[in-house]
Design a protein around this ligand. Structure first.
Ligand code: AMP
Ligand code: MG
Length: 682
């Protein structure tokens, strides 16, 4: 990604408003490069392209200036509609040196062909230039002010403006000749987007950082940040997705990459569609697997993406694959304390003179060890030149400045090869992974300083029901304590999300509406319990229905009542059954994978295993059943009562037994599938 400049040479010290470039290679974003003038930049680009081609890689080069002009300009100037005719026209006329160029004079000359009052305006020089108005007073242009792409890109500057902060007119004029030369030099290996099909190994693409790159991070120069972040955005795209984004109609005015895809490139949350929970009509009892497949297909991450230092990223979900910036180990090194030399040795006694040096970890010994000599070397030290084999210090005797030992020893013994663990460019952690402490170790070891992660998913928890009081409050006869909210808040936290306490609300539609309105601002997803069926007091489903975005999912599961899935002002709502046992089972079976996917994580399949049953049970066909269970002496016990009001059974259990949809007769000793709480991600 290249941030261009139309001005004169910048200072020797990196500064803003000069040329900056940043390479993302095989997914690794490198340090941005400061190029103080266009001559240096052109030579650097040539070198980069040549080196990448020699290495057999394809190259996409993004430049932040327009590749074409508003319709009609090229034809009026060159007699041809071919945008490359305009590139060549400029290339033939632009005179460019580090400290001077003729862009204002050329703009004036062009204007004079069209009556001297436009299309260009703006002169940053002290001297007046014939035909180039300093301001837009008296300005008159025969061409449209903006290209079609600029009309869609809020804040984009017009190409006709030659001076002033952010003006792009001079950049294009001073950039197109360079592109014309690159194109000619590497022909026929260059395709220019969107003028030509992208079928050559080198692609030139117009970009505009301001479209998707936010304010610079602290300590960064703006242009340095822009090329870095834009390179990162490109590198984060799956190749097929990048291809889709590049698939735009050919347009002689050129186009700006990423138009229409800003949120995705920026990494913003993509809102769920209002109809994302709609069910096909006529479906009565949906099998559990179908319901899960539906959720998986429809839910997308709803949280924003943010970059964090690795050390702060524990438990965060990765928003992009992370590749090694450096191999591990970076150089061949020794796995033991001992003596290093070249080549293996046969059986029998050996004596090698020692060089007067020592190789220790941290600093590569800057000398070559002569053939037939050995060097003292300590664990972790990079092998010096002339060493590929290390013998353990315990296996040698050091006498008179030499080591003595008995062979055989194989060449390469006790050493680690460079990259034997991880090679530069390898994916060390994939998108969707929740980072563990071990991940932080490998990311750090391969030189990754920060990672793109999803912001934590905020899950609101709301209890509904006239009968509920909070534990600790006085409960009248007929009232019950709210058990679901503490349970659901705990499950959310264990699943790695951030629970948001939305309290409890009576069976009152107005109150519930008010609470949901408030909740939609505080939470990314809302879980309610109670009131989700289709009875008189089932206000959750009634309200979601009113909003026109609800579906009552009748899922063939026991325990469980219908799940009311809907959208409230753009926030997904999971209406869970009120019954605590059913609420927990539905949260684990449907909530856990659905929330994971909305948090940006991979779809979470429950991890269970077969164990012999310690119980007997007959089951009818038609519903999948989950029993509260625990393992004792290698056999699965189930709770004595299947009553769905028995909260004590949830606390008794260490997991669930999952019985398949069909009819079944389990006898003691038969294998049954046991899923411990941890298998659900708790
Ligand atoms: P509902 O789905 O509202 O018809 O409730 C089903 C059953 O679950 C009823 O017996 C409710 O009293 C009970 N219930 C609902 N919400 C809770 C809660 N938060 N804590 C404990 N029990 C509840
Ligand atoms: Mg209720």
């Amino acid at each position: 990604m290249v941030d261009w400049s139309g001005g004169n040479q910048g200072a020797a010290k990196p500064q803003a408003d000069a040329i900056w470039a940043c390479i993302a290679r095989c997914g690794v974003v490198e340090d941005a490069v400061y190029l103080r003038n266009r001559q240096l930049a052109e030579a650097w680009l040539m070198d980069v392209i040549r080196a990448e081609r020699a290495a057999g890689r394809r190259v996409l080069l993004g430049f932040d200036f327009p590749f074409g002009y508003p319709a009609g300009f090229g034809a009026a100037l060159t007699g041809s509609d071919d945008p490359f005719a305009l590139w060549d026209w400029f290339e033939a006329r632009v005179e460019d040196e580090p400290r001077a160029n003729n862009r204002f004079d050329l703009a004036g000359e062009i204007n004079q062909r069209f009556g001297g009052k436009g299309p260009f305006w703006g002169n940053a020089l002290k001297r007046d230039i014939a035909g180039l108005p300093r301001t837009k007073v008296g300005y008159n242009s025969p061409f449209a002010a903006r290209r079609e792409a600029e009309a869609r890109a809020t804040g984009a500057f017009t190409l006709w403006q030659m001076s002033g902060v952010g003006s792009v007119g001079g950049q294009a004029m001073m950039g197109l000749p360079v592109l014309a030369r690159l194109r000619r030099h590497f022909a026929p290996d260059v395709s220019v987007w969107p003028f030509e099909p992208l079928d050559a190994p080198i692609a030139l693409v117009e970009v505009w950082p301001s479209l998707t790159v936010g304010p610079a991070a602290e300590g960064w120069i703006k242009d340095q940040w822009q090329v870095h972040d834009l390179a990162r955005q490109f590198a984060a795209l799956a190749p097929a997705r990048l291809a889709q984004m590049l698939d735009v109609p050919a347009n002689p005015e050129g186009w700006i990459f990423g138009l229409g895809h800003e949120a995705e490139l920026r990494g913003d949350a993509t809102p769920l569609r209002n109809d994302c929970f709609a069910l096909p009509p006529g479906v009565n009892w949906t099998p559990v697997d179908d319901a899960l497949a539906d959720l998986q297909a429809r839910l997308t991450p709803v949280v924003a993406i943010e970059t964090l230092p690795v050390a702060q990223a524990l438990d965060r979900v990765l928003a992009a694959d992370v590749r090694a910036a450096r191999s591990n180990p970076p150089l061949p090194n020794t796995a033991v304390d001992g003596y290093g030399f070249a080549g293996g040795r046969s059986a029998g006694p050996h004596r090698l003179p020692l060089v007067a040096a020592q190789a220790a970890a941290g600093l590569r010994l800057d000398m070559a060890v002569p053939a037939g000599s050995a060097v003292r070397i300590l664990t972790g030290a990079a092998l010096p030149e002339g060493v590929d084999t290390v013998i353990l210090q315990e296996d040698v005797e050091v006498l008179d400045g030499a080591v003595q030992f008995n062979g055989p020893i194989k060449a390469g013994a006790n050493t680690r090869k460079a990259g034997e663990d991880v090679m530069t460019g390898d994916v060390v952690a994939a998108r969707g992974r929740r980072l563990t402490a071990a991940d932080l170790a490998i990311l750090s070891a391969v030189g990754v300083p920060d990672v793109k992660t999803y912001a934590p998913l905020r899950v609101g928890v709301l209890s509904t029901g006239d009968e509920l009081v909070e534990a600790g409050q006085a409960a009248a006869a007929g009232q019950i304590f709210d058990a679901n909210r503490p349970m659901l808040m705990g499950l959310i936290r264990k699943l790695g999300h951030v629970p948001v306490d939305l309290g409890q609300v009576a069976d009152d539609r107005t109150a519930l509406r008010g609470r949901l309105d408030m909740a939609a601002g505080q939470a990314d997803v809302i879980l309610t319990s109670g009131g989700a069926s289709a009875g008189d007091e089932d206000h959750v489903s009634a309200l979601l229905n009113e909003a026109g975005a609800m579906a009552l999912w009748r899922i063939a599961i026991k325990p469980g009542r219908p799940l009311a899935l809907g959208m409230w002002n753009g926030t997904p709502v999971f209406g869970l059954p009120g019954n605590p046992v059913a609420a927990m089972v539905c949260t684990l079976v449907f909530g856990a994978p659905a929330l994971a996917q909305m948090a940006g994580a991979d779809w979470a399949e429950p991890q269970g295993f077969d164990l012999p049953a310690a119980f007997e049970k007959r089951k009818k066909p038609g519903r999948r059943e989950y029993l509260r269970a625990r393992v004792r002496d290698g056999r699965v016990e189930v709770f004595a009562s299947e009553g769905s009001g028995r909260i004590s059974g949830l606390a008794w259990a260490d997991g669930l037994v999952e019985l398949p949809d069909g009819a079944l007769h389990v006898r003691p000793g038969d294998p049954v599938r046991y899923i411990p709480w941890g298998g659900f991600g708790l």
